[in-house]
Each structure stands twice: as C-alpha cells, then as structure tokens.
Design a protein around this ligand. Sequence first.
Ligand SMILES: Nc1ncnc2c1ncn2[C@@H]1O[C@H](COP(=O)(O)OP(=O)(O)OP(=O)(O)O)[C@@H](O)[C@H]1O
Length: 271
Amino acid sequence: MFSGLFADWFVPESHGVTNYAEPRGVSLRIEGLSKSFDGRAVLRDIHLDIAPGETFSIIGPSGTGKSVLLKHIVGLIEPDAGRIHIDGEDISAADKGASSYRYSMVFQTSALFNSLTVGENVGLWLREKRVCPEERIRAIVAEKLALVGLEGNEEKLISELSGGMKKRVAIARSLAMNPDLILYDEPTAELDPITSDELAQVIMDLKAKVNLTTVIVTHDLSFALYLSDRIAMIDGGEIVVVGTPDEIKNSQNPVVRKFLYTNTKGIKGDV
Ligand SMILES: Nc1ncnc2c1ncn2[C@@H]1O[C@H](COP(=O)(O)OP(=O)(O)OP(=O)(O)O)[C@@H](O)[C@H]1O
C-alpha cells in the first residue's frame, strides 16, 4: 500500500509535463523484475506485457508485493534486477527528461484539498504549471469532470461530497494532465459495494472515451473481474496466472482457486 506521503496524483517534472498532447495508450513490458527488502524477496522474476489501451488489474492477497510492483512502474522504486519498458522505452535507463509518456496515479486516499472547491482541485496542476490560459483551464476542468459524471460540480466543496464522489474528483484531477497511463492503488478501499460498482462503471466508461492504458492494483476480486480486460494474480511476489476474467474464474491453479474461494465466501480455506 502506498503511504500518504504522496498526493493521489503526480507527474514528475521530468516526465514531459509541458507536453499537453492528447493521451495515447502506452504499452508496458516488465521483464525479469526482482526486488528484495532487507534480504527478503518481495518480487521474484516478474514478467508482464500490458497492451496499449488495456485495462489490466493486478490482484492478490495482502502483502504480496502488488503496491511494490506499482511503485516500480512509476519509478518510485528501483528494481534489483529486471527492466520496465513503457512504449518500448526502458524507464530505468531513460533520460527521464526525454521521456515522452505521461502517467498519473490515483492513490487509495483521495487526498483532495478540503479547503479548495472541486474545480480548484481538478485544475490545480494546470494552474500551477500554467499549462494554458485560465479560460482553457476552466474548459478542461469541465471536460474532465464530465468524464467522471460530475459535470457542473466545480463550485462544490470537497466536504460536501460522498466517498464515491471524492474518488471521482481524484480521477478527474489525474485526468487533467492527459495521462497516457493511469494507475490506481486499491481504488475501492473504503467504498461500499454499490459505490464500488459505480466506480467500476466510471473506469469502464473512461476506457471507451479516452485513449489511455489503465493498471489497477486491488484485492477486490469482483471489481477486477468486472472491469478488467486481463488480470494478473500475484502471490508471494510471483505472478501465479495472467488471463481474462473468464480464464481467471475458470483457472484450476490451486492458488487462484483458493483466492477465489476466500474472496467469494469471505472465509479462509481450501476449495
Ligand atoms: N520500502 C519498503 N521497505 C521494506 N519493506 C517493504 C517496503 N515496501 C514494501 N515492503 C514490504 O513488501 C511486502 C509487500 O508489500 P506491498 O505493499 O507491495 O503489498 P500489497 O500486496 O500491496 O499488500 P496490500 O494489499 O496490503 O497493500 C510487505 O511485506 C511490505 O512490508
């Protein structure tokens, strides 16, 4: 899990922020990624290929390395071994200033600024970076709020919003920078099942409207099965299986069966 040290979105200065082009879904390739902390292996020889425009979820029990994998993808952690390529570019070797892709992350805590309005939160980065004139910023904010079903809510205060609305504002704020890759860390944490379903629909609608690649880390199995093109299950720092939701549901791998059983019955046990 990511700590609250970071806002729920960010784009490092070095990742081409001044390039405010339309988003393009990027491919992601992870090759032989391994990471240990204090001699304890957390990720072991991870290989993953995620296609441009894909909605890809990484599921698995708590403490199995999902968030550490996500942190590698955004360059917050350096691997001990292995490579990550985004649109063919080795992000560990690249001159970050020359990177052409943009990414943003929606962290578990929406981390919105309560003292600002919805519109001010969504437009914060655009105004701070002076990406375009104020009139254009207002139009972009309205467009991003519409994408998450919150059109016309610019003047609302964050304190007036439900948990689900806050999450959608956090997504709109991430979208404000036109990311090519958007990453979600436990997006349904703290949401009730109905609000989680609504959020899944928002993310699915985004896929239809915006050309971006989506990576979701979650232990919410039904959420992942509902909205993902493909899912990787990670256990003990290793990828156990990669497949479509149907392939995951029908997997005969005992580790997957156990995870499915535990998550559908809410109790531990063998299938
Ligand atoms: N910076 C770090 N230093 C040392 N150990 C770490 C660090 N970051 C993560 N870990 C350890 O790596 C393991 C995997 O953590 P991670 O947060 O990736 O789990 P997770 O699968 O995302 O679980 P959860 O769903 O509970 O967040 C944990 O045992 C965690 O304590």
